[in-house]
Write a protein that binds this ligand. Sequence first.
Ligand code: SF4
Length: 328
Amino acid sequence: MKAISLLSGGLDSTLATKIVKDQGIDVIALNFKSPFCMCDGRKRENCKSMAFEMARQLGVPLKTIYLGDEYLEIVKNPKYGYGSGINPCIDCRILKYKKAKEFMKEIGASFIISGEVLGQRPMSQHKKALEIIEKESDLQGLIVRPLCAKVLPESLPEKNMWVDREKFYAITGRSRKKQLKLTKDFKIIEYACPSGGCLLTDKYYSLKMKDLIDSDMFNLENIKFFNYGRYFKISNKFKLIVGRNEIENNIIKSLIKNGDVIYMPDKKGPIAVGRGVFDKNDIYVGAQICLYYCKFETAIKVKILPDLEMNILFNEKIDQNKVKLYFL
Ligand code: SF4
């Protein structure tokens, strides 16, 4: 008997995988990455891929699926709305379960394991939401939630005794106490991830993404680009980023493309890059903002890629209040 476990690498999904695996089920872990996942071990130093670490600890194979344009569509237009940021949790879960179902068929697995805990997340883990998610992903009865199975109706694998319901739990709510105890019992070492999580739940990040959506600039290339630096909305169609340190400056440099406006301080200072549709005034405002973040009095050279260099030197400082006008 094979099953797929949705493994984020967090506490709950790790425990759920372990509980079912220990019943002799052949478990294959499935992990999803999106442009908004902070914990993928590539973007930030010291941030391990939790799913990878946990799959290794549990001794299960891991498959990763990258969600791209179709994920952006649900972020733009979620059928079931947003959470505290622009996190479309119910739609996100539906998409992931649909993908899991495809994978389940592909490898001949019989059901899906989830670490969901009833009542733990206000948006996507209440009873009604769990029902919607199962129905929309056409997986009714095929999702096993070992941590809270005893407070939910029996799933098909439980009814058919493919798994032993008696060995499942009745955990509900937001407290993690019971899960932490189980972690100790199972001798699972939790890997802390200082920057793990979904960026879409972050209020500031959500404002930035909402601005890109409203400006019709929400695509994979721009999301990657605007993930770095300080973000400024200069106009509805023209945005600016200013590097915060040398690492960011270098990353921003590596992501520029033709049509971008680059601001280069004559003396040491941050790199700033504008992207979108602009007029002369927008270019001027961008230069002022870049100048604001220079430690020394300097002039700013402006270049529009690939080869238009403007012979305008900006050296006029502006005050912080004006900068804030453009800051999202
Ligand atoms: S927090 Fe992010 S990754 Fe998690 S369900 Fe919500 S949208 Fe999806």
